[in-house]
Design a protein around this ligand. Structure first.
Ligand code: AQP
Length: 326
């Protein structure tokens, strides 16, 4: 199977990104043909710091490696270095109905947040994402729940293109993890954990033990006392139980049993220690890689070369099918 997925280089990668996306990538890379991209062109659709941007991209490559991506098995590269992504995006622009873009949940949410800073790129974001995916004849796109709608749109665009110009694109499918497809914010459990939100809302993969303990201590719960999973009535505790379950590989029911005589404070203390323990290898690996910039850049360069070969051949096919001057 061909697998493609990406993450924006802005913000700090959090446990939601890990359980929703990266953990699936690590599991898939052994038996599949994987491309993992740092989608910098997506990130520029929101305000960003120009001076820090390149280092953020490099930092994300370090994050991918620290979280278990193996460059011997998967192609890792930066989106803007393979120009066919933007080229295909423009070609797909011409067959994507405006109404479909306007109904995308992420567009509606982000355009509200960005208000006066909203740009056309925010609306066209899913077309670029479709180009990322379709360029590589992707079968499976491992993502968290919030990106499912965009993958479905990519599939619709592929179907429309194939119908108009003849069989060209593989129809991609989103793959969500069974558990952890939507980790909620720990400061507002009714909203998704988000890296562009305030630091109190997420646990970064590289937060210090001190910060982890502090954030979990102040995580929002409810006024009851029972440690029971109930997504609608107890979203805070349910989210913390989900995180506990994902990190401990224990079933939620078993954790509820284990914790039945414990207070929220005690439960939070064990959760914080579990997170500290499980994230320690990520922190260590990152420390080690931070001083190896040349090595990381080499990995990205090799990835770019490999991705470009596939992308060039696909874009030529697409342009031919569309009848463009050859
Ligand atoms: N809370 C989450 N739970 C599970 N999965 C999540 N993902 C994001 N948040 C959660 C998945 O992580 C990948 C990151 O994709 P992205 O960088 O393109 O950004 P996003 O989806 O918009 O994620 P964020 O963290 O919320 O970033 P901002 O705040 O910048 O928008 C995707 O696979 C996503 O589904």
């Amino acid at each position: 199977m061909r697998i493609f997925s990406g993450i924006q280089p802005t913000g700090s990668l959090h446990i939601g990104n890990y359980f929703g996306a990266i953990k699936q990538w690590v599991d898939l890379q052994d038996k599949n043909d994987c491309l993992f991209c740092i989608v910098d062109l997506h990130a520029i659709t929101s305000p960003y710091e120009i001076k820090e941007f390149e280092s953020k991209v490099l930092e994300k490559a370090i994050v991918y490696l620290s979280a278990g991506i193996n460059p011997e098995k998967a192609i890792m590269f930066v989106q803007s270095k393979v120009k066919e992504h933007t080229e295909l995006c423009w070609l797909l622009n011409s067959i994507t109905p405006l109404g479909e873009l306007q109904r995308m949940t992420q567009y509606k949410e982000k355009s509200l947040k960005q208000k006066k800073k909203e740009c056309a790129g925010l609306l066209n974001y899913p077309i670029l994402m479709a180009a990322d995916i379709l360029l590589y004849n992707t079968d499976i796109v491992p993502v968290g729940e919030d990106q499912k709608q965009h993958v479905e749109l990519a599939r619709d665009i592929a179907k429309r293109f194939n119908h108009l110009f003849g069989e060209t694109f593989t129809l991609p499918q989103a793959q969500l993890p069974k558990q952890g497809a939507r980790i909620m914010s720990i400061s507002n459990p009714k909203e998704k954990m988000s890296k562009s939100g305030a630091p109190e809302n997420y646990i970064s993969l590289f937060d210090s033990p001190k910060d982890i303990r502090k954030k979990i201590k102040s995580a929002v719960t409810d006024t009851e006392k029972t440690i029971k999973y109930n997504k609608t009535k107890k979203p805070g505790i349910s989210n913390l139980l989900t995180i506990y379950s994902l990190l401990s590989d224990k079933k939620i029911r078993d954790i509820e049993d284990e914790m039945k005589d414990k207070s929220y404070k005690e439960f939070k203390e064990s959760l914080a220690e579990l997170i500290v323990l499980k994230l320690e290898p990520f922190r260590k690996k990152r420390e080690e890689l931070l001083s190896r910039e040349v090595y990381v850049r080499e990995i990205l360069k090799k990835g770019e070369e490999k991705a470009s070969v596939i992308a060039q051949s696909k874009i030529n096919e697409v342009k031919n099918k569309m009848g463009l001057y050859s």
